[in-house]
Design a protein around this ligand. Structure first.
Ligand SMILES: [Fe+2]
Length: 337
């Protein structure tokens, strides 16, 4: 098997490069890292183009900046980190604004290690995409992306044993955990120069649309729009990522979860965008169909993200689950990663 995409570690170092012929050792190593699947190049996948949302170099650099902000959050190099962060935010916003894509393949902003740093970058990118689709101004997108990078910085001040506890937290521990938005806000106010929009988005990113979130129990439009976008991006990325207390959920399952809590935990306007425009069965992934056949996703369709076009593994026939009437009784039952 030939690897179809580069594989990186948490520090942004390339582990295995594209076009490598995978050995038994490589495959065992990939499994050891907990990566559930990789793209493979073969004759069958020739027509399938995997699209990157953000250049791997930009992504890696962003992860490293966030890592420094979190790890060295209290040293005197703070200002240079702030400048580096602002530069990276502008780069990402520029890329997102320049792209005409109607559909985004979210699996490509997924990583499986070193949770907080990657999660911060993923949330920043996903929020920027959602914000652009909501036609936010460039200035608002910069605030939103900055808040995405920094939303969980308050966790630096919470005991890691509580953050990573693979069990139900005690009420006291839960209280400490729920303090991280305020801790993040206070830390940023004291040490950085971000504007109030960024600070409020960080402070409010755990508020629920129905007023049952924290820390202030704000509801609907009392919650800043940037925080309502962050909330969806945060939950999406947290659930599709590996945590100490759960294995990654499939994107399709997470989208169902988000749809089920539409108007309760999440802003319906933001959820509506996700349902329209985000591929939960990314191009290049193998799926199992309800009639037992297997295929690879070759194309997604705007507005019907649960029903992409599939190339069958046995016959190589294309099934368009959206337009082809003969396929309307077929559903995708599993994403095989
Ligand atoms: Fe958080």
């Amino acid at each position: 098997m030939i690897l179809g995409q580069e594989l990186y570690d948490a520090d942004g170092r390339m582990l295995i490069c594209k076009h490598t012929q995978l050995t038994e050792e490589n495959i065992a190593f990939i499994a050891f890292l907990g990566i559930p699947g990789v793209y493979i190049d073969d004759e069958f996948s020739e027509e399938i183009q995997i699209q990157e949302i953000i250049e791997p170099e930009v992504y890696k650099a962003a992860v490293q900046i966030i890592r420094r902000v979190f790890v060295y959050s209290l040293n005197e190099e703070m200002d240079s980190e702030e400048a580096a962060l602002r530069e990276k935010v502008q780069q990402i916003v520029k890329v997102v604004l320049a792209r005409e894509e109607v559909l985004y393949n979210l699996i490509n902003i997924k990583s499986y290690d070193c949770y907080t740093y990657f999660h911060s970058v993923n949330v920043a990118i996903l929020s920027a995409i959602l914000g652009a689709k909501l036609h936010l101004s460039e200035e608002e997108l910069i605030d939103l992306t900055t808040a995405g990078f920094l939303h969980d910085v308050g966790k630096v001040f919470v005991d890691p044993d509580i953050i990573n506890a693979p069990r139900k937290l005690t009420p006291e521990e839960r209280g400490m955990m729920m303090d991280h938005p305020r801790l993040g806000y206070d830390f940023l106010v004291t040490h950085y120069h971000f504007n109030e929009e960024v600070l409020q988005a960080v402070y409010q990113h755990h508020e629920w649309y129905n007023g049952h979130g924290y820390p202030r129990r704000f509801a609907a439009r009392e919650i800043s729009l940037l925080a309502r976008i962050l909330k969806v991006a945060d939950v999406y990325d947290a659930m599709t990522g590996r945590r100490s207390y759960h294995e990654p959920y499939l994107p399709s399952d997470v989208l169902e979860y988000i749809m089920g809590r539409n108007g309760m935990e999440f802003d319906p306007e933001v959820v509506g965008l996700m349902i329209e425009d985000f591929c939960v069965y990314p191009v290049g992934c193998e799926v199992q169909l309800s009639d037992g056949r297997h295929g690879v996703v070759v194309q997604n369709h705007k507005g019907t993200i649960m029903r992409p076009t599939i190339k069958l593994l046995d016959s190589e026939e294309h099934l368009n689950l959206t337009d082809d009437r003969s396929t309307w009784n077929i559903t995708i039952t599993k994403l095989l990663m």
